[in-house]
Design a protein around this ligand. Structure first.
Ligand code: CO
Length: 137
């Protein structure tokens, strides 16, 4: 059901500072940066092998990431798993009583279809399911 870890997301206050921190500490750099209006965040995607580190900073106070930062500060926010058929995976999870934040896929960065699964009942981990889109960015 899960093809690979697509990304590990880290909530940060200042995206430029976080990118610079990763560059200095690990010698890595983002290949993509995007404002995702829907989630009120800006993301920077840093490739690490087959997966990505996603640095994510809120663009507005009402963003769930802003609330996360206010509550517990910077740190691990969610894990993104790549799936082949997001609609099918959501249906299966719903049948099993999983608490879905998104009942249907919505648009994430890079043209992907995404849906979040609530950490409650999920070992306290916010999970993002990602079905890659056709976008080439
Ligand atoms: Co994500």
């Amino acid at each position: 059901m899960l093809n690979k870890i697509d990304h590990v997301a880290i909530a940060v206050i200042n995206l430029d500072a976080a990118i610079e921190d990763y560059r200095r500490r690990y010698g890595v750099a983002p290949f993509h940066r995007e404002v995702v209006e829907d989630q009120m965040v800006e993301e920077a995607l840093i490739p690490v092998g087959e997966s990505l580190i996603q640095l994510v900073a809120p663009t507005r106070e009402e963003s769930t990431v802003a609330r996360f930062l206010a509550r517990q500060g910077e740190g691990l926010h969610h894990v993104g798993f790549e799936v082949a058929d997001l609609v099918a995976v959501l249906a299966k999870l719903r049948d099993e009583g999983a608490r879905l934040i998104d009942e249907a896929p919505r648009r994430g960065s890079r043209g992907a279809q995404i849906a979040f699964v609530h950490p409650k009942g999920g070992l306290g981990t916010l999970v993002e399911l990602v079905q890659e889109g056709s976008a080439t960015v």
